[in-house]
Design a protein around this ligand. Structure first.
Ligand SMILES: *Cc1c(COP(=O)(O)O)cnc(C)c1O
Length: 391
């Protein structure tokens, strides 16, 4: 079966349906009952597949997890209360005192804060360095780094990192974790390219409607599932709610079509901005002028719905552009049917020092767009009108 069909039907069995309903029911039960101690013991020892308690396993979470593992070509997945719940739990499960992690420096703001600001306090050595530079990769391998963490496309400058090349340079020992939130499994398959783990903020494209927080880890090695689920997810407790799992499962059914719409709208907007007076630079992997374009063509099936641009003007003018937009709502988050706009330096990337920001090209006039599913002509008109303050 193709991915588009799997996103709708999963494995095709109706184990999760109720009274032959097309949609599965929400199973809000926190606990599940047993007829005898023998039945309970069989569940505790894993000899039966009976549910025990929803912090460990729940039918709605399982239905969603099964589909996500299929779509990402993994062997299992574990869902969490949020993307950060997934990322923090996975990194703490893989690392500990004396272990080391290296990450590409352009990151989601909270991931940056977790890696650069929090993990070192637990005795984990962390470094941020350019993973596009092969000398850095060779040095990491030589130094015996334990985990390498990256996003591609990166937030907010959309840099593209070569997952297969990173795996090749690091060798098989290093665990590679890829945040696939921007691309979704419809556009990019990190596990097939050599990653060990994929993480998502389901809050974004997977849910797609800005109405539920959630996260997920998809793994390749089934042997690690029980440890991640019962040794860490259960004990840290950042578990996804059954209703959110139900919403994400529903979101998956339209993910392929939504991604097609996000990509074609973003491409139209990127082309418009590239030719618009008053715009200095457009960051979109689909533009042939973008430095990561060729790699994106090889690694991704399409270029996604996120883009960023710098205005030719002061920080103040870029803020005016953001505030003049009407269809693009001023908000963090992304991946919703509604178009969103934000100012990375003033909003999502505040945890970066000025020096870091400048080195990474997060300019003071950089504006990030999450392109929604409105008519692209209306979105372009909105941008054109807002840009009148520049030229
Ligand atoms: C939003 C986001 C996260 C964090 O997810 P939450 O669901 O908000 O906790 C992590 N990585 C990326 C790329 C994101 O966009």
């Amino acid at each position: 079966m193709k991915r588009k069909t799997k996103a709708i039907h999963g494995r095709g069995h109706d184990e999760y349906s109720f009274n032959r309903g097309l949609a599965s029911p929400v199973s809000p039960s926190s606990t599940f009952t047993f007829g005898s101690i023998a039945e309970a013991e069989a569940a505790f020892e894993g000899r039966s597949s009976a549910y025990v308690y929803s912090r460990g396993r729940n039918p709605n979470l399982e239905e969603f997890e099964e589909k996500m593992a299929l779509l990402e070509e993994g062997s299992y997945s574990v869902s969490f209360a949020s993307g950060m719940g997934a990322i923090a739990t996975l990194l703490l499960a893989l690392l500990g005192k004396g272990k080391s992690l290296a990450a590409h420096p352009v990151l989601y703001g909270s991931s940056h804060n977790l890696i650069a600001g929090i993990l070192p306090d637990y005795g984990i050595r962390t470094t941020l360095l350019d993973l596009r530079d092969e000398e850095n990769l060779i040095r990491l391998k030589k130094d015996g780094v334990d985990v390498v963490y990256l996003e591609t496309p990166c937030n907010p400058t959309l840099e593209i990192l070569d997952i297969a090349r990173i795996r090749e340079c690091l060798g098989p020992e290093v665990k590679i974790v890829v945040d696939n939130t921007f691309a979704t499994p419809m556009l990019q398959q990190p596990l097939a390219l050599g990653a060990d783990f994929v993480v998502h903020s389901c809050t974004k494209y997977i849910g797609g409607h800005g109405d539920a927080l959630g996260g997920i880890v998809i793994g390749r090695d089934k042997g690690f599932e029980a440890e991640l689920r019962f040794g860490f997810m259960c004990e840290f407790g950042a578990v996804m709610s059954p209703f959110n799992a139900w919403l994400f499962n529903r979101g998956l059914k339209t993910l392929d079509y939504r991604m097609k719409g996000h990509c074609s709208n973003a491409m139209a907007i990127a082309r418009f901005l590239e030719g618009r007076k008053g715009v200095r630079r457009v960051y979109y992997p689909g533009l042939p002028s973008f430095p990561g374009h060729e790699l994106a063509v090889r690694q991704m099936e399409d270029f996604g719905g996120m883009l960023a641009f710098e205005v030719e003007g002061s920080e103040e003018q870029s803020i005016q552009v953001v505030e003049r937009l009407e269809l693009f709502k001023l908000a963090v988050s992304l991946g919703d049917v509604e178009s969103l706009v934000e100012h990375p330096m003033r909003m999502t990337h505040r945890s970066y020092s000025e020096e870091e920001r400048l080195a990474l090209g997060i300019d003071k006039s950089l504006i990030r767009l999450s392109v929604g599913l409105e008519d692209p002509e209306d979105l372009i008109d909105d941008l054109d009108r807002a840009l009148e303050v520049i030229a």
